[in-house]
Design a protein around this ligand. Structure first.
Ligand SMILES: [Zn+2]
Ligand SMILES: [Zn+2]
Ligand SMILES: [Zn+2]
Length: 108
């Protein structure tokens, strides 16, 4: 993990899988706009943070907010949305199912 990066929540391994999502391709953590903190998923945030989620506003999508759990590369939200579910640094495959939850994390 880069020294400035901490991932909170119910992590179960070194690639940021958590109690809720731990399939092979569940390897990203997302930084939450409300607390500037990485969690593996919104359920981790729900169970571990003491406040409601605030979504990333559209004009902040150029900030780094996605962490590849395999190589620890940070992507901006725009980079992630255009990544075709593949890490641009290590080519690991991200879970396409995350797209169903974009509205939880990012303003539509
Ligand atoms: Zn938060
Ligand atoms: Zn989780
Ligand atoms: Zn990677």
């Amino acid at each position: 993990m880069p020294p400035h990066v901490t991932v909170k929540g119910k992590i179960v391994d070194q690639e940021t899988r958590c109690e809720h999502y731990h399939k092979q391709e569940d390897i990203i953590a997302i930084k939450f706009y409300c607390c500037d903190t990485y969690y593996p998923c919104y359920k981790c945030h729900e169970e571990c943070a003491d406040h409601d989620i605030q979504r990333w506003p559209r004009d902040r999508f150029d900030e780094k907010a996605i962490l590849c759990g395999v190589c620890k590369h940070e992507l901006t939200i725009n980079e992630y949305l255009k990544s075709s579910y593949t890490c641009p640094n290590c080519q690991s495959t991200f879970n396409e199912g995350c797209a169903r939850h974009y509205s939880i994390y990012f303003e539509g």
